[in-house]
Ligand binder design. Structure first.
Ligand code: FA5
Length: 348
């Protein structure tokens, strides 16, 4: 029998076998037996050495044809068998429609985001704009324009993380004051803005200090702005957050960018002013710094200080949230522990 006949027979027999086969393992056995390194086709190819040089390419081409045809048949059968296995599995599978579904856990805004949004809503209602500032800020805006020239001793209270000598992570939101004032067109009306955001300080972390925390800056510039405007505004804010029965108190303080400057306290929400462990037995809790914008700060940002005056404040929403919800350690806000955070799922 010629080699071509042998190949023809091999092809017919293998195709019949492939056709009959019922399992993937047996199919693989056929593939190895016929197409493998020691398989029947390889054997035929080996015996080609005995052929005449004219016949070799003819038989070689035919052998390749047979091999390709069998390879395709094997692949097709493999697909058919896999589909059959899958269909059998699906047919035997039953779905228990009475099983309870998987609960999808929805997230909730972080408690700090919630308090910042609550404060934004209050100020939007009072006609303020909400401005976004830069977290990476120039020394010029963070300090110089806030009346804190280089070597000013008050810089020590706000040591920062420097990127270059002139570029730093801002230590407070006050630089937004300068950036907003220089942009504002006062011929179109007064400036009223708040600016919430992250600030950074080289503070050692403890229960009430974090190296990264939030501030909300507030700034109003118009003609004839007084300390009374500041006090009235803060009273509205703090009563909305902590309740109508809260009183507020201004104490003299010092900030280079405001004159006069004040620290603002609210009467203790726990004891109502009688004295307790929350207010360190003083009846009052300090919540923010504020004051009348220093004329030099106005002038440095191109505002005519003989015509305009303004008030500014900087409050720490982290501390407000601690007071409002009775959280005794600021670090809980930044640890991303769901057991802590889910307690503030107040929005549903
Ligand atoms: C300032 O940062 C001023 N820029 C605020 C200001 C603005 C005054 C405008 C006058 C006019 P102070 O360093 O006190 O001030 O910070 C303001 C508030 O930020 C504090 O009352 C406190 O609530 C919060 N705060 C300060 N340091 C930290 C800290 N390490 N961790 C958490 N909160 C802090």
């Amino acid at each position: 029998m010629s080699l071509q006949d042998t190949l023809e027979q091999l092809k017919t027999a293998t195709l019949a076998q492939i056709n009959q086969v019922q399992g993937l393992t047996e199919l693989n056995d056929i593939r190895v037996q016929v197409l493998g390194k020691k398989g029947s086709i390889t054997e035929v190819l080996r015996s080609m050495k005995d052929l005449s040089p004219e016949m070799r390419p003819v038989v070689g081409a035919f052998a390749n044809e047979v091999r390709d045809e069998l390879t395709i048949a094997l692949e097709q059968k493999k697909i058919d068998l896999e589909e059959m296995v899958l269909n059998q599995a699906l047919a035997s599978e039953t779905i228990d429609v009475t099983l309870p579904g998987k609960t999808v856990k929805t997230g909730t805004p972080h408690v700090l985001t919630q308090i910042i949004q609550e404060i934004e809503d209050i100020f939007l209602g009072l006609g303020y704009q909400v401005i976004e500032g830069n977290e990476v800020e120039q020394d010029e805006y963070n300090f110089e324009r806030m009346n804190l020239p280089k070597d000013h001793p008050a810089r020590d209270m706000q040591d920062s993380f420097y990127i270059t000598d002139d570029l730093l992570l801002r230590t407070h939101t006050s630089p937004v004051q300068a950036r907003t004032m220089e942009q504002h067109d006062f011929s179109k009306g007064p400036l009223r803005m708040i600016s919430p955001g992250k600030v950074f300080r080289r503070d050692n972390d403890d229960a009430t200090h974090s190296h990264q925390f939030h501030q909300i800056e507030g700034l109003v510039i118009d003609e004839n702005i007084t300390m009374g405007d500041l006090k009235g505004t803060l009273e509205v804010l703090l009563k909305k957050i902590f309740g109508d029965e809260r009183k507020i108190r201004l104490r003299p303080s010092y900030f280079p960018f405001t004159e006069p400057s004040v620290e603002v306290d609210i009467s203790c929400f726990k004891c109502g002013g009688a004295g307790c462990n929350v207010c360190k037995h003083t009846g009052w809790i300090e919540v923010l710094g504020a004051g009348i914008v220093h004329p030099r700060v106005l002038e440095m940002s191109g505002v005519d200080a003989t015509k305009y005056s303004g008030f500014a404040f900087g409050l720490g929403p982290d501390r407000l949230a601690m007071l409002k919800y009775g959280v005794n350690d600021i670090r809980y806000f930044y640890q991303n522990d769901r057991r802590f955070l889910k307690q503030f799922n107040v929005k549903g």
